[in-house]
Design a binder for this molecule. Structure first.
Ligand SMILES: Cc1cc2nc3c(=O)[nH]c(=O)nc-3n(C[C@H](O)[C@H](O)[C@H](O)COP(=O)(O)OP(=O)(O)OC[C@H]3O[C@@H](n4cnc5c(N)ncnc54)[C@H](O)[C@@H]3O)c2cc1C
Length: 414
């Protein structure tokens, strides 16, 4: 067998070039650092599990971060603004509305296809002189040390990477997290998300719908080409059943669950299903190691917060590293314990709040018990009438609540 001869030394090694890992590489390319990204799929391509045909709802905070990274100008034309959100409960006269105008912003958020974002992030990182994209390659072993962490890499160019900081962005089943000895709690929701793009005979008019039904919530989000994308949460047996239906029968089933707010559903594209769970790492940092994105917290997509939260991990980590470089000059060390402690302390509240918010929604709206259904119906109506509650909710879902990193405030990183 060929031996691993090459040793590559760098400041930061990012394991996983998915949505979050590649965003971090795009941020760190703005700093004077040597960065290596290790990813099993061609970087930014739709072969990577992160960058498939799924659509992500981006918050306003995420838009600002992507602007700061220089990615927004590549993708802006392929995003759709969300100007209104309409929340309803099937079988009850209860709904709540949120509008961008009411909140004093041009849009409450934006939708984007993951594939489009992947291509833009790759276009930023590929020409960056100090960012090496090592793909296809995967990290097979991690050896934490006092001054560096060593990674054993398999793939086209097998070898060893020694980094002062290793960032685990390798997804919810993160092997790097485990190698750092960080435990994670996993809660299986016993649900699947069925995803598809659909055409409707009424224009979506930039409205995002969230409809709660006895079988699970359905989100219908606007797409730039006038179609919509659906995220339909169902029990596994029901998900398998709707996946197997012929297009006409699927559309009829969806129509029955969602109703006629968008007129008739006329066409459906490919359907995909994703099992849903909550994964939460016990810690986010270890000696010379940081866990970000889904590796730190994998969320139910009900509130569309997973990537938005991961992108705030990215913006915060990039900022504490930028500050370390500014304050310590030649002696700066991105893997130094003080840098990681600052990161962990800063991320605590946002992470805790978003996990609790998302998990709370799943439990409240995924519950078919009658008293709870009645209470949430009343809650929706009250919420619709109560402006301060709406405003607070909007700040959280727009990614503008709490202590924000510079990039999320529209301030340059360095
Ligand atoms: C149906 C659905 C809808 C969603 N909608 C939204 C939404 O509207 N808004 C939102 O904010 N979020 C949404 N999310 C969440 C969002 O998709 C995730 O938070 C995001 O993809 C996480 O990205 P990540 O890079 O952390 O992890 P991943 O996407 O899992 O990427 C991990 C990467 O690590 C790589 N990797 C794994 N092992 C190794 C190894 N050993 N060596 C090297 N690389 C490795 C993988 O190939 C992969 O590219 C949704 C999720 C789902 C399932």
């Amino acid at each position: 067998m060929e031996s691993c001869t090459e040793t590559r030394r760098c400041d930061v090694a990012i394991v996983g070039g998915g949505m979050v890992g590649l965003s971090l590489a795009a941020a760190l390319r703005l700093l004077p650092l040597d960065v290596v990204v290790v990813e099993p799929a061609p970087v930014g391509s739709s072969e990577a599990p992160s960058f498939d045909e799924r659509t992500t709802a981006l918050s306003n905070g995420s838009r600002r971060i992507l602007e700061g990274l220089g990615a927004w100008r590549f993708v802006a034309a392929e995003t759709a603004p969300i100007r209104h959100i309409h929340v309803s409960d099937r079988g009850r006269f209860a709904f709540a509305r949120l509008s961008a105008e009411e909140q004093g912003v041009p849009a409450l958020g934006y939708t984007i296809t993951n594939r489009v974002l992947g291509a833009a992030l790759a276009a930023l990182c590929e020409p960056a002189p100090r960012v090496e994209l090592r793909a296809p390659a995967r990290v097979a072993a991690v050896h934490p040390g006092l001054d560096t962490v060593a990674l054993e890499v398999e793939g086209d160019r097998p070898g060893r990477i020694e980094a002062r900081l290793v960032v685990a962005a390798d997804g919810a089943k993160s092997a790097v997290r485990e190698a750092f000895g960080i435990e994670a709690t996993v809660w299986d929701y016993g649900q699947q998300a069925v995803i598809a793009n659909v055409a409707t005979d009424q224009y979506h008019d930039s409205v995002a719908y969230e409809r709660f039904t006895a079988d699970g919530p359905i989100a219908v989000l606007p797409l730039p080409d006038g179609r919509c994308t659906i995220v339909w949460t169902l029990a596994p047996a029901a998900a398998s059943e709707v996946l197997a239906l012929a297009d006409g029968a699927f559309l009829a089933r969806l129509q029955d669950a969602f109703g006629y707010r968008l007129g008739r559903f006329t066409r459906v594209g490919h359907r995909y299903a994703y099992p849903l769970s909550l994964t939460r790492s016990d810690r986010q940092v270890s000696q010379r190691g940081v866990i970000i994105g889904n590796a730190a917290q994998g969320l139910h997509p009900i509130a569309g917060q997973g990537f938005n939260l991961g992108l705030r991990d990215v913006a915060t980590l990039a900022e504490v590293i930028a500050d370390e470089l500014r304050e310590h000059g030649a002696a700066a060390d991105p893997g130094e314990a003080r840098v990681l402690a600052r990161y962990a302390e800063w991320r605590l509240a946002d992470r805790r709040n978003v996990i609790a918010f998302t998990d709370g929604l799943v439990r409240l709206f995924g519950n078919p018990l009658l008293p709870l259904r009645a209470a949430r119906g009343a809650g929706l109506l009250l919420f619709d009438l109560f402006t301060p509650a709406k405003h607070a909710f909007a700040r959280v879902s727009m990614g503008l609540a709490g202590r924000l990193p510079r990039l999320a405030r529209g301030v340059p990183l360095a």
